[in-house]
Ligand binder design. Sequence first.
Ligand code: ZN
Ligand code: ZN
Ligand code: ZN
Ligand code: ZN
Length: 382
Amino acid sequence: MAATLGYAEPIDSEFEDDPFPSKVGGKPRWLDPTCPLEADRVICDECSKPMVLLMQLSAPEDDPPEAFHRMLYVFICHNGICHKAGAKRCMRVFRSQLPEENAVYMENNIDAANENDVEWVMAEGVVRAPVCVVCGLSGNKACSKCHKRRYCSRSHQIADWDAGHKAQCCGDVPMKPESAEHHRKLQRMVYPEHIIVSEEEPACGESDEDDDGEDTENINPESLAVVPVTNERVEDSEVEVDPAFMKFQKRIQKNPDQILRYARTPESNETAEPLFVSDSDQPKADDISKCANCGATREFEFQVMPQMINYLSIDSVDPNSIDWGTLLVYTCSRNCSSSSTGYIEEIVCRQQFSSHGIGQKYMRAYYGDETAFTKQFDSLDI
Ligand SMILES: [Zn+2]
Ligand SMILES: [Zn+2]
Ligand SMILES: [Zn+2]
Ligand SMILES: [Zn+2]
C-alpha cells in the first residue's frame, strides 16, 4: 500500500487565493474563518506561550458528508527547549470540517462540461473573525491604547509591542503602517511559508521488493553502511542493528526530499503503514486513545518527516533546536463532525531516532552527530 508523499515548494501566485491550502508554516488559513482556533487550546505546557502553526493539510473525505471540506492543523511550540519534553506537552493537532453545503463557501465558475472543475470562493457576507497579528490564532484581545491591533494572548501583544508596535501605536489617531523591520520581526515569530505539493510514492521496483518485506533482519548492515567508517564503527554496527531504521533509510533515499507521508487513499479503505524511524519508542495502543468527540478508534493518517525541519529556518547548530525523527498523526476513523466544537483535537506522537541502535551509529559515522544528520538528511547519499 503506497503512501502519498508531500514535498515543500515556494509559494506562488495561485496560493494566495487558495481557500484550502496544504502548507508548511505561516499563519493558519482557517477552513472556517468566522471561527479561528482559540489560543488557550494550543498553550505549551512547558513555557505557557501559544504554539505556532507547523503545517496544515487539506484532506477532504466523501464519508461522512460533514467531511467534504476537511483540514488538519499541526501546532508546535516555537521554543526548541520545550521540545526536550514529551510531544504531548509542546505539540497539538486539530481537525476542522465543513459539509459541501455551508455558510462559508460557495461554488464559482463551474464549467458545466467538467464536474470536477469547481472553484470555491468565500460566500457573500462572511465576516472573518479578527486574528492575532503575530500568529493568526483567534484575536480576541486588543491593544489597550489603539484598540486596533488584535492578539491571541498577552505574550503576543508584548512580542508585537517590542517588535515595533510601540513606535507604530498612535492611540486614537490612525495607526502608522508597519515598518519593514517590524514586519520582518513578526515574520520570524512564525515558520517560513511553503506550499505542500503531493505525489504518490512510486511503487518499488522488482529488485527492491525485499525492502518492504518483514524480513529486514536478514539485511546485512555492512552492505548498507557504505560510508567510510573505521573498523571500530563497523564492529559497532554489527552488534547493534535497528531493522526499522534500515527500512526507513532505504525507503527515504528513493525520494529524499519528502517532508510528509500521507497514508489514506480516497478510493479505498486501505491505509499505508507508518514508516517508523526506529524499533524503539513506537506508539503503543495506549498512546492512541479513542476519539474524544465520538468514541471511534483513531487511525494513522500521516507522518511528518525529519526533512521538514530543513524548511523551518532553525539554527541547526543550536543543541536546543527543535528536532524529531518523525511525527505520527492519528485521527478519528469516522471523520466525526466538528460542528459542535469547531475543532476536534487529534493525536500526534513523536518518534526520535534510536539512541542505541544502528541509527545513531550511522549518523555519527557519517555526520559526526545525530543532530546534523536530520538537518542534512536530503544530502544523504548511500
Ligand atoms: Zn513552549
Ligand atoms: Zn498570537
Ligand atoms: Zn496599539
Ligand atoms: Zn470522532
